[in-house]
Write a protein that binds this ligand. Structure first.
Ligand SMILES: Nc1ncnc2c1ncn2[C@@H]1O[C@H](COP(=O)(O)OP(=O)(O)OP(=O)(O)O)[C@@H](O)[C@H]1O
Ligand SMILES: [Mg+2]
Length: 240
């Protein structure tokens, strides 16, 4: 089976020579749930943005859902993202003056095809009947469910999540992680999730550790206490 996501020697250099990623290579299978961890500034968000086509690598290539995207022009890139990718962020990125249903319907209104039945998606994330409610009235956990519903409604190949449970209590966070886990298991969605939390990472199949913009670990996800130890090791070790 072809990889859902393929990064080959991806580097990202920002202004003033800040190297956020150094020749990162990564291949992720369809339906795989990958957690990305590392110290603050290690390049996790940059990796996610480059992989998702929200940012362009300075060098190297990114293949997303079967298409080379790193040198794609802006319009076809936007369309590719809209149709193949879902995003879930720590800050939800919802329009709070719109209702739940209007937020989840947004990708379709922007022209995304293959949309699933809205009510069915809302029910699948535990928001049955919440469609008419303004998002501004919802709790953090409910907002994150809306964000996941919006990410799922286009039947994406890949969901990118940057600290999706960072603003939630452990119980609510667990419910959100279960939804991501189900998307991978039931719908074959590939999930790439950045987190600082070993308990959140323990929901994944595979753990990628970043240190100073390089991959310092890439293995099957161990139990949370072992994750915490490995994260501590890559966060304190002096980079070569
Ligand atoms: N737009 C930008 N311009 C300049 N430097 C940037 C930019 N975005 C990120 N960086 C730098 O790139 C490095 C990696 O940043 P990144 O946001 O990927 O880290 P991170 O691992 O996500 O950190 P955190 O855990 O704090 O979210 C940092 O040194 C950061 O300052
Ligand atoms: Mg980040």
């Amino acid at each position: 089976m072809e990889s859902a996501l393929e990064l080959h020697d991806v580097s990202r250099v920002f202004a003033r020579g800040i190297v956020a990623l150094r020749q990162v290579s990564l291949s992720v299978r369809g339906g795989e749930f990958v957690a990305v961890m590392g110290a603050t500034g290690s390049g996790k968000s940059t990796l996610l943005h480059c992989a998702a086509g929200l940012d362009r690598p300075s060098s190297g290539s990114v293949r997303l859902a079967g298409r080379e995207i790193s040198r794609l022009r802006e319009r076809p890139l936007t369309r590719w993202r809209r149709d193949r990718v879902g995003f879930v962020f720590q800050s939800y990125n919802l329009l709070s003056e719109l209702t739940v249903r209007q937020n989840v319907a947004l990708p379709g209104r922007l022209g995304a095809p293959r949309t699933r039945d809205l009510e069915q998606v809302l029910a699948s994330v535990g928001l049955a009947g919440a469609g008419p409610r303004p998002v501004g009235e919802l709790s953090g956990g409910q907002r994150q469910r809306v964000a996941i519903a919006r990410a799922l409604v286009t039947r994406p190949a890949v969901i990118f999540a940057d600290e999706p449970t960072g603003a939630l209590d452990p119980t609510t966070g667990g419910q959100i992680l279960r939804l991501l886990r189900e998307a991978a298991d039931r719908d074959g969605v590939t999930v790439l999730m950045v987190t600082h939390d070993p308990v959140a990472a323990a929901w994944s199949d595979r753990l990628v550790l970043l240190r100073a913009g390089t991959v310092a670990g890439d293995a099957a996800t161990p139990a949370a206490p072992v994750i915490a130890d490995r994260l501590h090791a890559v966060s304190t070790a002096v980079p070569a």
